[in-house]
Design a protein around this ligand. Structure first.
Ligand code: ASP
Ligand code: MG
Length: 448
């Protein structure tokens, strides 16, 4: 039985947090493989360091080292501290050397921003050893996590990773050693490539996939997926069980519990996933798997994504010119922009994107030949509401019920997407009204 356990930034954010996490690990039965994020705040610190022109390398190294050493001093005995310092110093000089590299290198930011994971894993692994458990700290390099893709937005090469980990990690498990592996990045052509912010969840799913694990546990600082954002809905409750599809939709469209890309690597191998709270390990969390357990309510959860914009592109009879639709989407995708929804009519294509991407998109669209586009309209500050429930599409009248409730809240729906997924109904409302809509839907349609 192999359990892959992933711990996020707050779960390894201080000496106390690491001690708590170590106890969770040693109290788990069977073979364990640990994946960890950087200590909380560290990746943000590294991102702002690389974004500062003429950065002061000495001061960055010093601040970075202090944060880790302070926690280390709090948790290690003298002997462990000495052993830790040896490994720490090697990694710290590699970090300094990395900072001194060429900032114009396409993968420089990946190299720098992924440094935090190398140190949090080292601390956790040494702490496990201090408690008498055999453990080794591995990096994506030494564990064999292979990546493909563009700077700052890599994906794992699942086949190459499975091959690498079979050789480099599996033998450790036979010897009873607990590997503690860096999250957030893989190796492409010998250099680090990160999986996007929050990507350690995805790393852990990739590790679970590569090792054919029996369970993936994502340990974070909340109890699991909720029926709504508890900051909006006071009586939101935790969801015990969900399918992969439901969790994927919710994660993608707003619930911040899990990185949306975490689902796929485990879904394809039918590996169940649990979201657990490292601050409340007695809570069972949310189990995500293939089975569908019917609930009584119409909806299982309502998630929201704010700060979006609808860009409507008008062009005569666009519906008869699929190449024009393709050209528009291609233009928009050139900057790696995420489109949350698309809807078309005879002469318009509307896309739902982040507010912050609007100016970039307009600039790109203006590169298309002027005769092709008649007009571009932008509606800023809208929110996407994602309603997830069992078999929403096959239930008669669901859409009617939901929109009746929205109407009762006095809210105008700006855009709708239904049918793309069997488990969700998504629609867009003005951002100022989002709380009212969620409150009405939660009160009316979410039940045990
Ligand atoms: N440390 C990385 C980040 O802050 C990866 C992660 O936490 O998942 O984005
Ligand atoms: Mg996270």
């Amino acid at each position: 039985m192999i359990t892959v356990m992933k711990f996020g930034g707050t779960s390894v954010g201080s000496a106390e947090a690491i001690e708590r996490v170590a106890n969770i690990i040693i109290n788990t039965e069977g073979d364990k493989v640990v994946v960890a994020s950087a200590m909380s705040g560290i990746t943000n610190f590294l991102v702002s360091a690389v974004d500062t022109p003429n950065m002061d390398i000495d001061s960055i190294v010093e601040q970075f080292a202090n944060k880790h050493l302070m926690a280390a001093e709090q948790m290690f005995d003298e002997k462990t501290m000495m052993e830790f310092r040896k490994d720490f110093d090697v990694r710290l000089s590699a970090f300094r050397k990395a900072l001194e590299g060429d900032p114009n290198d396409a993968y420089y930011k990946d190299l720098i921003t992924s440094q935090g994971e190398r140190f949090s894993t080292l601390m956790l692994s040494h702490y496990l050893r201090m408690l008498g458990h055999d453990s080794v700290a591995l990096t994506a390099e030494t564990a064999g996590i292979a990546a493909v893709g563009l700077p700052l937005s890599g994906s794992a090469d699942l086949t190459a990773t499975a091959n690498g980990m079979t050789i480099k990690v599996r033998p450790l498990l036979f010897q009873g050693i607990i590997p503690v592996i860096t999250g957030f990045y893989g190796i492409k052509d010998g250099v680090p490539l990160t999986f996007g912010r929050g990507g350690s969840d995805y790393s852990a799913a990739v590790v679970a996939n590569a090792l054919d694990a029996n369970m993936l546990e994502i340990w974070t600082d909340v109890d699991g997926f909720m029926t709504a954002d508890p900051r909006i809905i006071k009586d939101a409750i935790k969801i015990d069980e969900m399918t992969f599809g439901e969790a994927a939709e919710l994660a993608y469209f707003g619930a911040k519990v899990l990185h949306p890309r975490t689902i796929e690597p485990v879904r394809i191998k039918h590996i169940p996933l649990k979201v657990r709270n490292s601050f409340r390990p007695e809570e069972p969390g949310t189990l995500i798997h293939n089975l569908r357990k019917k609930g009584n309510g119409l909806l299982k959860s309502v998630a929201t994504k704010n700060d979006l914009a609808i860009i409507t592109i008008s062009s005569a009879e666009i519906a008869y010119r699929p190449e024009m639709v393709a050209a528009i989407i291609k233009k928009v995708s050139e900057d790696n922009i995420i489109i949350y929804s698309i809807s078309t009519s005879l002469s318009t294509v509307a896309i739902l994107v982040s507010n912050t991407d609007v100016s970039n998109i307009i600039r790109r669209l203006n590169e298309l030949s002027s005769g092709d586009i008649e007009r571009i309209d932008v509606k800023n500050s809208v929110s996407l509401i994602c309603c997830v429930g069992d078999d929403l599409l096959s239930k008669c009248g669901v859409t009617g019920d939901i929109f009746t409730a929205v109407k009762e809240a006095g809210v105008n729906v700006e855009m709708i997407s239904e049918g793309a997924s069997e488990v969700s109904l998504n629609f867009v409302v003005p951002m100022s009204m989002v709380m009212d809509v969620v409150a009405v839907l939660h009160a009316k349609y979410i039940g045990e």
